[in-house]
Write a protein that binds this ligand. Structure first.
Ligand code: MOS
Length: 737
């Protein structure tokens, strides 16, 4: 790989920032068409059963209403459940098939779509659709179902005999930890605009993290030719995983467009979004056995998570304790409880956010039982090998995270006794936790068009879910093509662009950067070949590996005077543009573990009389390989920390188990942190050179920022108050109980 500079590694403002703040950036529900039709969704009010009768006559009488679609009169859709399986669908089960038949599997399931000339008419008419149901029994309470679970598919390899080791351990800690259902609550409502291009052709603007995933899905569900449906989403107002799978409104928008042969927009209400996907509630039981010196003898983690009646959604909650700490004995179990709720979905660091919360809370309790500093305990159990697979890491600078994080936080000034630190009427608490996530990479393609005037267009079907993908793509391309940042234009989130997976798993930065590198190399090869044909070419004998693009020139790596302006090469060969498309297939290697890590430190202030908790300081020290853009990367970590504050203190979706319905389904009643809840957040990126993971040493930072935060805060609350609140969120009533 050619040397990189000056954009990679430089804090860089978002290249799409101006478009976003001026409103020039258009979101899925902002694309327009003449005679656009508006769809309003009617959702089920029962949690389980079937639709006995739907009466749409009153709705149809509303002025401006064009049609009401139900399972009885909708256009044709694929029968086979397999046609509804998108790239991210759980392996087992049948995905939701919106308006497919009379079955109701959860409250909030779409049962009718009202199509009208105006949104207001559609919405009013939707209130007039009368649905009679035959109701069947159901369970929506995890605790009511906990003795009726089944095994999920991802058991982590255990080792030794944890039961015996635990029984024999001199210091033991066992407890149960609970995390509730959480919703993503992105600012942008779930919405889709299906533009009718005539002749059965559709252009669909959809709020999604994967335009090609949605494109394939729509083509399959509606048996459309691949060329007849194009999916785009140039900007997203937050995803957090909620847009990895196709959301049902995109099906309804296309149904409406096919039924009326016109353009249709369907936007869900905030309330309706609560029946689309969520982080599943979990119960985790942890058992830790240790020697008096703080060496772990045994780790047991048993997780129960919830899933729907129709799909087995599972993310691995136990993988993190399986790999993180040295312990000769370990055992894991992972089970699912089937409830009459929508299928859960990925939400920022799925599995880790919940699983590491339980692990790191339990480690803090063990540290107290051992009378050892919590960082010291983690250092004594530190492992340079993935304990689950017994593999070395490509890199792991977690020790440095602990060190730098502790120093920045001032950890050495901590009095370890609970309730020992005070500030006026407030109890002060300091807690810490470890974070861990995967460093993944996926196959992806990029097309670059370089024009003779020194401009490059870089295109890939990836999305930018708000993380900064436009910006890092421009930075990487500018460096590898030797161009100013402003000379690079990035195009993405269009299903007709070169192949890319969904934007998720924190894999986009590494995947797209190496696809750009591969493609830039293709361009270099093509231009070097052309340069060699020039008279007296200084590059006549240069090998590809000896060259790079720099300052608009194709240059020799070592001898800077051997360089030819790219414009001259193109002029000589009569080219006004060169175009290359390259695919990067990351090497499959089972020889090393690939992870990002963090050490999170939190300070809380707790009002002793009222139980009000404020998170006044967080330090997050992150080791995530090469940081492409310290500015947007820092924003990712800060966003993750804010999510962690929400998880610790605010967020919980409550289900009315009599009705089987999410009760607090709006952001007045579902609390997320607001400005007043967020104070100092200090982000440290620990140097972590990694030449093994991939040529540019990129690991990705989209998810690591949230992992461990809730545990650090919960541990700080214990330190402040002496009280362990093991079920999230830590609300003041639990603290005063
Ligand atoms: Mo992320 S939960 O893979 O969008």
């Amino acid at each position: 790989m050619a040397p990189v500079a000056p954009f990679i590694g430089t804090p860089t403002s978002r290249v799409d920032g101006r478009a976003k703040v001026t409103g020039a950036a258009k979101y899925a529900a902002e694309f327009d068409a003449p005679d656009l039709v508006y769809g309003a969704v009617v959702t089920s009010t029962i949690a389980n059963g079937r639709i006995a009768r739907i009466d749409t006559s009153d709705a149809l009488r509303v002025a401006g209403v064009l049609d009401v679609l139900t399972h009885e009169n909708r256009p044709r859709m694929a029968k086979a459940a397999s046609a509804y399986k998108d790239d991210v669908a759980p392996e087992k089960g049948t995905p939701l098939r919106p308006l497919y038949d009379d079955k109701v599997l959860f409250s909030g399931q779409p049962v009718a779509l009202v199509l009208a000339e105006e949104w207001e008419a559609a919405r009013f008419a939707a209130s007039l659709v009368r649905v009679d149901y035959e109701t069947e029994e159901f369970v929506t309470d995890l605790f009511a179902q906990r003795d009726n679970t089944f095994e999920a598919d991802q058991p982590d390899k255990g080792r030794g005999s944890a039961g015996q080791a635990y029984a024999a351990a001199s210091v033991r800690h066992a407890a149960e930890y609970f995390t509730p259902i959480e919703h993503h609550n992105p600012m942008e409502l779930y919405g889709s605009t299906a533009l009718w291009d005539g002749d059965g052709k559709l252009t669909v603007y959809d709020k999604t993290q994967g335009v090609q995933n949605v494109q394939r899905y729509l083509a399959g569900v509606f048996k459309l030719k691949a060329d007849d449906v194009r999916v785009m989403d140039p900007y997203m107002g937050g995803g957090f995983g909620s847009g990895l799978r196709p959301q049902y409104q995109v099906v309804l928008a296309v149904l409406g467009a096919l039924a009326l042969k016109c353009s249709v927009r369907v936007v869900l209400t905030r309330r309706q979004m609560y029946a689309v996907g969520y982080r599943p509630a979990t119960i985790a039981r942890l058992e830790l056995g240790a020697s008096p010196h703080g060496m772990l003898d045994s780790v047991t983690q048993e997780a129960i998570a919830i899933t729907s009646q129709h799909e087995d959604f599972a993310r691995n909650d136990t993988a993190w304790s399986a790999q993180l700490y040295r312990s000769p004995h370990a055992t894991y179990a992972h089970r699912l409880a089937r409830l009459a709720l929508p299928t859960p979905c990925d939400m920022r660091a799925p599995g880790a956010t919940t699983g590491v919360y339980a692990l790191e809370f339990a480690m803090d309790e063990l540290a107290v039982a051992l009378n050892i500093d919590p960082i010291e305990l983690r250092l004594r159990c530190y492992s340079d090998r993935d304990q689950s697979e017994d593999l070395p890491y490509t890199s792991k600078k977690l020790r440095e995270c602990y060190r730098q994080g502790a120093e920045a936080f001032g950890w050495d000034r901590r009095n370890p006794a609970p309730r020992a630190m005070r500030d006026g009427s407030e109890l002060l608490g300091w807690g810490m936790a470890t974070g861990v996530w995967e460093a993944l990479q996926q196959e992806a393609a990029v097309r670059i068009v370089l024009t003779a005037n020194g401009h490059a267009e870089v295109a890939s079907a990836f999305s930018d879910i708000g993380t900064g993908t436009y910006t890092i793509m421009a930075q990487v391309a500018a460096d590898l093509l030797g161009l100013p940042l402003d000379n690079v234009t990035v195009k993405l989130a269009d299903s007709t662009l070169p192949q890319a997976p969904v934007e998720g798993g924190s894999w986009t930065a590494a995947s797209v950067s190496h696809a750009i590198a591969k493609t830039a190399e293709g361009l270099r090869k093509e231009l070097l070949r052309a340069a060699k044909t020039m008279p007296n070419s200084p590059l006549a004998k240069a090998r590809l590996a000896d060259t790079r693009f720099a300052d608009g020139k194709l240059a020799h790596n070592n001898e800077s005077d051997r360089a030819v302006p790219v414009a001259d090469i193109m002029r000589h060969s009569d080219l006004d543009r060169v175009e290359q498309q390259g695919t990067n297939k990351p090497k499959e290697s089972k020889s090393h573990a690939r992870n990002t890590h963090s050490a999170v430190f939190a300070e809380v202030r707790v009002d002793e009389d009222l139980g009000v908790i404020r998170v006044t300081r967080v330090v997050s020290a992150v080791a995530a390989g090469r940081i492409l853009n310290p500015k947007t990367a820092k924003s990712q970590i800060m966003g993750g920390v804010v999510g962690g504050i929400g998880m610790a203190l605010h967020e919980e979706t409550l289900v009315d188990h009599a009705l089987g319905r999410m009760m607090n389904a709006d952001i007045a009643e579902y609390h997320v942190p607001v400005n007043a809840d967020v104070h100092d957040i200090d982000v440290i990126f620990v140097e972590e050179p990694d030449e093994m993971i991939n040529p540019l040493g990129i690991k990705g930072v989209g998810e690591i920022g949230i992992v461990g935060v809730a545990a650090a805060i919960a541990n700080a609350v214990y330190h402040a108050t002496g009280k362990r609140v093991r079920d999230l969120p830590i609300t003041l009533d639990k603290l005063l109980r």
